[in-house]
Design a binder for this molecule. Structure first.
Ligand SMILES: O=C(O)CCC(=O)C(=O)O
Length: 287
């Protein structure tokens, strides 16, 4: 692993291509990602962000202004679940994965009805914990099923440069599957990123901006080096209904709760176990 700081070039803004399915596909094929600023409904994003901050407040992680208190809390540590289990139960967190603004873009890419995976992931990234930043990785080994799976990464708060965000290694989806090494940080794996003809991209992002990328595209968290700002983000994943899905993608993130526990009391019943009503091909195998 090189210790040279990464120089990030800005993303290509693909929003002028919205509505032109062929152009979106061409750009995804070429770069391995699409950057779509402002794609998600801003009121929905702000409300979800507020709900998650409130959970953090109730656990004493942040004060009334949302400023972190005490030591950083790290994903997977014993004290993590007090907030994360409650977060997983938020209907609004899962509902955001289904907004047509986002599923419509994926449908343009896969040219078929879209299946949003139910295993939705949130990250709460504290300042002062740069060592625990999500390492560079490809999502496919963590997802399986079909390689034609796409992750939408979205910050739920504004992310100026110092709050970090996501870096994308443009063109890396063409290199194929890379050897995986154990690493510290969410996901717990990393790949070597010294790849020919690939360019790191990353920049400040706004709440509800979307980075949509292929399951082979190498990406990594960027350290939150702000003085006192949490970064809260979501990872939602999509594929076409007809392609194979791994059983793990149908389970809750971390599998600490059952779907019945997670969805208890949800208003929109169409979001509850919706995958059981779809003609999915569920298999451990899958390329
Ligand atoms: O938000 C982050 O730290 C990165 C998340 C990520 O890359 C992932 O979950 O695959």
């Amino acid at each position: 692993m090189s210790d040279t700081p990464i120089e990030y070039k800005p993303f290509f803004d693909a929003s002028p291509l919205l509505g032109d399915a062929a152009a979106l596909r061409t750009r995804m094929d070429q770069d391995g990602y699409l950057f779509l600023p402002g794609l998600l409904p801003s009121a929905q994003v702000a409300s979800l962000h507020g709900e998650i901050l409130e959970l953090c407040r109730e656990a004493g992680w942040v004060d009334a202004e949302g400023t972190p208190q005490g030591e950083p809390h790290l994903e997977g540590a014993e004290d993590w679940w007090e907030v994360y289990d409650r977060l997983q139960k938020l209907e609004s967190f899962h509902a955001l994965a289904h907004v047509p603004e986002l599923t419509g873009v994926v449908e343009a890419i896969v040219r078929e009805p879209v299946f949003p995976h139910p295993r939705n992931i949130a990250r709460i990234t504290f300042p002062g914990a740069a060592f625990f930043t999500t390492p560079a990785h490809q999502d496919f080994p963590l997802i399986r099923g079909t390689a034609d799976t796409y992750t939408a990464w979205t910050p739920l708060c504004d992310c100026p440069e110092e709050r970090g965000g996501l870096g994308i290694l443009e063109g890396s989806h063409r290199v194929g599957l890379l050897p995986v090494h154990a690493a510290i940080g969410p996901g717990g794996t990393r790949v070597d990123t010294d790849l020919p003809d690939c360019v790191w991209r990353g920049q400040a992002m706004g709440a509800g901006d979307v980075l949509l990328f292929h399951s082979y595209t190498v990406h990594s968290g960027r350290p939150n080096v702000s003085r006192s700002d949490l970064r809260i983000s979501a990872d939602y994943r999509y594929q076409s209904v007809s392609q194979p899905v791994s059983p793990g993608s149908l389970k809750p993130h971390y599998e600490r709760l059952t779907w019945d526990e997670i969805t208890e009391g949800w208003q929109d019943r169409s979001l509850v176990r919706y995958w059981e009503r779809l003609p999915l091909v569920v298999t451990e195998a899958g390329r």
